[in-house]
Ligand binder design. Structure first.
Ligand SMILES: NC(=O)c1ccc[n+]([C@@H]2O[C@H](COP(=O)([O-])OP(=O)(O)OC[C@H]3O[C@@H](n4cnc5c(N)ncnc54)[C@H](O)[C@@H]3O)[C@@H](O)[C@H]2O)c1
Length: 424
């Protein structure tokens, strides 16, 4: 029998990652039975592009009542994840939740309490764990290739295409996504937590706004949004997608992207007034330049940094063990994102250097998305490396980011154990 899934959030992720894949690739085992979003036009666009028979709702409880899903897939704006996770669990459904599980310690606690009282299951979809090089690092550490891990240096770079996008959208306000230390870095903190198989204990962080925001508008040139902006010609980073839609029809990829941006956001503005192309130099309250140090339960020290305006996109890391070191690099040039290289160098206990070139997986996020979907929709219970993440993993990665935010605000170290009560 097909498993019944309801979508909480007619978001880009809800549509392209879950809705479209269930309909196109997993229809023999799964079906979308309902789509909820407060913006009925956006929900209608997603329905029309999936299956016109799927009912849409602006009332979540009504959707649950009428469609009786087995599982709710939560893909709203981050700050509302907890609300739909808890309402789903209380209604007797399991939950698949996009990262970050939520955005702060209080909401994390509410989720953990709801899971405990209902005995249902939350899956947090950490797709990065499924990227081939990330999995290979986990295996190498587990095999003891470098002894005990004592220190990790981890630098994540977002370029001015991808990084800028967080400053055009809802992510630009702390209250919506917890800033990049939560909404983005939850991937990275989870990756390190998973590699190390240790809990984060203490966090100290720094943050700055170094490129975006009103103080960096050249000659004070800033607007509300890119559509209709009088400075579009002079702007270093104009948004591509809405008002140049007709000129891009020659390229089928760009046409599809532009059509979806227009249909999901531009055409749905009359309902919620949300602009998908907000000015990068308008007000915001998140950081674009961050670093954190994290101490782990096994004594390992993580040194982390994230910039959102780099000429490169990707990650560079070094994992130092008592008998060796792993260096990794997965970086794309800012132009085109075509030349991704995934390189791992292992300096082993014998003093040798072994180099691995790991092929990229198929599809988005280095192949992580499709491998994870296969595991969710078709996988069996066998999970030797522990790829599937639950609420505890979701909590641990959110709490590192939430602690980092508080650390920056209050200029002090934060201890994870003081932030939530974990049920073991
Ligand atoms: N794992 C990944 O690699 C990955 C990639 C992209 C996005 N995501 C996550 O997926 C989720 C959706 O992101 P997106 O970029 O697709 O977002 P989006 O901007 O396309 O959609 C956000 C949705 O939230 C809805 N929303 C706003 N207020 C709401 C409320 N009060 N209650 C319920 N819904 C509300 C909006 O109407 C909109 O449909 C986020 O949690 C994001 O962090 C994960």
């Amino acid at each position: 029998m097909k498993k019944r899934y309801a979508l909480a959030g007619a978001s880009g992720r809800g549509f392209m990652m879950y809705g479209r894949n269930i309909v196109n690739n997993y229809a023999d085992v799964a079906q979308v039975v309902g789509i909820f979003d407060p913006n009925y036009l956006r929900a209608g666009f997603v329905r029309d592009n999936l299956d016109k028979d799927i009912p849409t709702y602006t009332d979540f409880d009504k959707m649950i009542e009428e469609t009786k899903p087995d599982c709710v897939i939560v893909t709203t704006m981050d700050s509302f994840h907890h609300e739909f996770i808890i309402r789903s669990l209380d209604a007797g459904c399991d939950v698949i939740c996009e990262k970050p599980m939520t955005i702060d310690a209080q909401k994390t606690q509410e989720i953990l309490d709801a899971e405990k009282r209902n005995g249902r299951k939350i899956i947090v979809t950490f797709n990065y764990r499924f990227i081939p090089y990330v999995t290979r690092v986990k295996e190498l550490i587990r095999e003891g290739a470098i002894g005990d891990v004592v220190a990790v240096d981890y630098e994540w770079l977002l370029d001015k295409r991808h990084g800028a996008d967080y400053f055009r959208r809802w992510h630009k306000w702390m209250k919506n996504g917890g800033g990049l230390l939560v909404t983005k870095a939850t991937h990275h903190f989870d990756m390190v937590n998973w590699w190390l198989d240790q809990d984060p204990v203490k966090v100290y962080a720094n943050g700055a706004l170094s490129f975006y925001g009103p103080q960096h508008a050249k000659d004070g040139r800033r607007s509300v949004r890119c559509t209709g902006c009088p400075y579009k010609k002079e702007c270093e980073l104009p948004f591509q997608g809405f008002d140049d839609i007709t000129t891009r029809n020659a390229d089928p990829m760009m046409k599809a992207r532009a059509n979806h941006l227009k249909g999901m956001y531009f055409d749905a503005e009359s309902v919620d007034g949300y602009y998908r192309d907000q000015c990068l130099f308008a007000n915001c309250d998140i950081y674009d330049n961050m670093s954190a140090t994290v101490t782990y339960s096994g004594g390992t020290i993580l040194t982390y940094s994230l910039q959102a305006f780099s000429p490169l996109e990707g990650v560079k890391f070094a994992i130092n063990g008592t008998y060796g070191r792993i260096e990794g690099e997965a970086v794309a040039s800012a132009i085109g994102h075509t030349e991704l290289s995934f390189q791992l160098r292992v300096y082993n206990a014998k003093g040798e250097m072994v180099q691995y070139k790991i092929p990229q997986g198929q599809g988005p996020h280095g192949g992580g998305d499709m491998r994870m979907l296969d595991k969710i929709f078709r996988g069996n219970d066998s999970d030797p490396l522990g790829h599937m993440a639950g609420s505890r993993d979701g909590a641990m990665s959110v709490l590192v980011g939430a602690a980092a935010n508080l650390s920056i605000k209050e200029d002090r170290p934060l201890y994870i154990k003081d932030m939530v009560h974990l049920y073991e």
